[in-house]
Ligand binder design. Structure first.
Ligand code: ADP
Ligand code: MG
Length: 379
């Protein structure tokens, strides 16, 4: 604490991406638990248009009410624009009223970006904060970008010996594509055919299962690719893995120690959903997680070790959640890493830590302290 004052933390949530509402739920949940004796909190919302605003410190409004998901607009203060000023100096965040020269809001010691998906979890905000010289919680530019893009995430995991499922990347120009006999790689359609049926189709830089669907025949595949493309011009087509879904929460190790991993949790679908879709994730009260997952001790250890290895493979920092497929014959595949996992009241990141002996307020405190302790400059 500098000069006896509290550490000033900007909690940033919302954002331009499709997970705006989920980020608001997480932001509200963080505002609820953050230690006000230690931290002076400045809540900042990014609207769906990308405007930064100072918003009301009102967790109750950042919750699901009557089936309605929250937005930054619901907590916005009039004329409270914030310019995320990008220069190397003392004050990084500047508040401006319309028609006025921006005035300095005050030093922000640290930013906690509770943001998911493109323009939040993908290295863009992280780059802005690097340029502004403000410390922030979580993964840096490279780790965020690599982890957001399921094509490159899988390449890194494979290169580090972490098994991933069979998949094909479909770019704009690949689909639909005329056959080019005898040239280079087999056409995308042939490679997809080789995956067998059914298939999972998803936006490369998606999240919250938005734009993800299962396809059991060529017509459904075309529809699924069109749906995923509404979110991202780059699409992944994957062989459907028949498996239980196991997740592990990860925190950066303290004092240079290896990453700490939580007890694994196992997803439980109860609402009749075919897979872990948006409904099951946020709206279906019956879906849940069994912690610890009911799997043999040796597999638990292996999954935790793989979660730490995945964290290190992408050079993640601060926190992550690593998600696995666990097949009936005991095979373990990495599905994905999330460098800013969901933190809504129903999210499993904090539930897995709670089950492992770390409360959510303790997790938040640790994340803030880890970020403050980081040396500035290149990582
Ligand atoms: N290859 C696959 N095989 C089986 N289920 C899958 C596959 N890919 C995705 N799913 C299902 O879809 C969900 C969301 O996919 P995921 O890749 O985790 O994307 P997101 O980033 O949106 O969470 C998974 O939790 C799982 O239920
Ligand atoms: Mg997922």
């Amino acid at each position: 604490m500098e000069g006896g004052r509290r550490i000033r933390v900007a909690v940033v949530f919302g954002g331009r991406g499709p997970e705006h509402a989920i980020s608001c739920l997480g932001g509200g949940n963080v505002l609820r638990v953050i230690d006000r004796d230690r931290y002076e909190v400045i809540p900042i919302g990014i609207t769906t248009e990308g405007t930064w605003l100072q918003v009301a410190d009102d967790p109750a409004k950042l919750a699901i009410t009557g089936g309605e998901l929250p937005t930054v607009a619901s907590v916005a203060k009039p004329d409270a624009h914030v310019v995320p000023w990008a220069y190397q100096g003392d004050s990084a965040v500047v508040a401006s009223a319309p028609g006025h020269i921006p005035h300095v809001l005050g030093d922000v010691d640290l930013v906690l970006p509770v943001l998911h998906g493109p323009y939040g979890e993908d290295g863009t905000i992280q780059g802005l904060l690097e340029l502004a010289g403000v410390p922030y919680v979580g993964a840096g530019v490279l780790a965020s970008a690599v982890s957001m893009d399921k094509e490159y995430m899988k390449l890194i995991f494979q290169a580090r010996g972490l098994p991933v499922g069979p998949h094909v990347v479909v770019r704009d120009r690949d689909w639909p594509a005329p056959p080019l006999p005898g040239q280079g790689q087999p056409q995308v359609a042939a490679r997809i055919e080789a995956l067998g049926w059914p298939l999972f189709v998803k936006p490369a830089r998606g999240g919250s299962s938005l734009g993800t669907s299962k396809a059991s025949d060529p017509d459904q595949l075309a529809q699924a690719i069109a749906l995923a493309r509404e979110f991202d011009p780059k699409v992944l087509v994957e062989a459907a893995i028949e498996a239980r879904e196991i997740e592990v929460a990860v925190l950066e190790g303290q004092g240079g120690a290896p990453p700490d991993t939580s007890l694994p949790g196992e997803l439980r679908l109860a609402g009749g959903e075919e897979f872990y879709d948006f409904e099951a994730k946020y709206l279906d009260q019956a879906s849940g997680m069994l912690i610890p997952a009911a799997i043999p001790a040796a597999d638990t250890e292996q999954i935790r070790a793989m979660a730490a290895a995945a964290f290190d493979a992408v050079s993640a920092e601060g926190l992550a959640r690593v998600d696995f497929f666990y097949t009936p014959d005991g095979q373990i595949l990495v599905n994905e890493i999330n460098t800013f996992p969901g933190m809504s009241p129903t999210s499993y990141f904090q539930k897995m830590w709670e089950a492992t002996g770390l409360s959510f307020p303790e997790v938040i405190d640790r994340l803030l302290q880890t970020a403050l302790a980081r040396r500035p400059g290149l990582r």
